[in-house]
Write a protein that binds this ligand. Structure first.
Ligand code: FES
Length: 95
């Protein structure tokens, strides 16, 4: 599946199954927290409440229901919950 729907803190956006979630969220106008972008720091972690991802090996600690947005690529439609308010730029459209 190439096209997927990413629901982030209740907002749906178009996504794909080729790029890491962090890149896709940024393209959709969100500004998730990050530092290393390679699975070391854990700053980008979020809850995966629905769906499945391919996650590359990482060093950061995450809980069993969490994923690292910087190194996880959606395999299906996914629902993500960040533990903080995630603003979306107005010029980017949700679906
Ligand atoms: S930004 Fe550091 S683990 Fe994702």
């Amino acid at each position: 599946m190439s096209r997927v729907t990413i629901t982030v803190n209740g907002v749906k956006v178009h996504g794909n199954s080729r790029e890491p979630l962090l890149n896709q969220l940024e393209k959709a106008g969100f500004q998730p927290e990050y530092q290393c972008r390679n699975g070391m720091c854990g700053a980008c972690r979020c809850q995966l409440t629905t769906g499945a991802v391919d996650q590359q090996d990482s060093m950061a600690f995450i809980a069993p229901n969490e994923v690292l947005a910087c190194c996880s690529t959606p395999k299906t439609d996914v629902e993500l919950e960040f533990s903080y308010q995630l603003a979306q730029q107005e010029n980017k459209k949700a679906i």
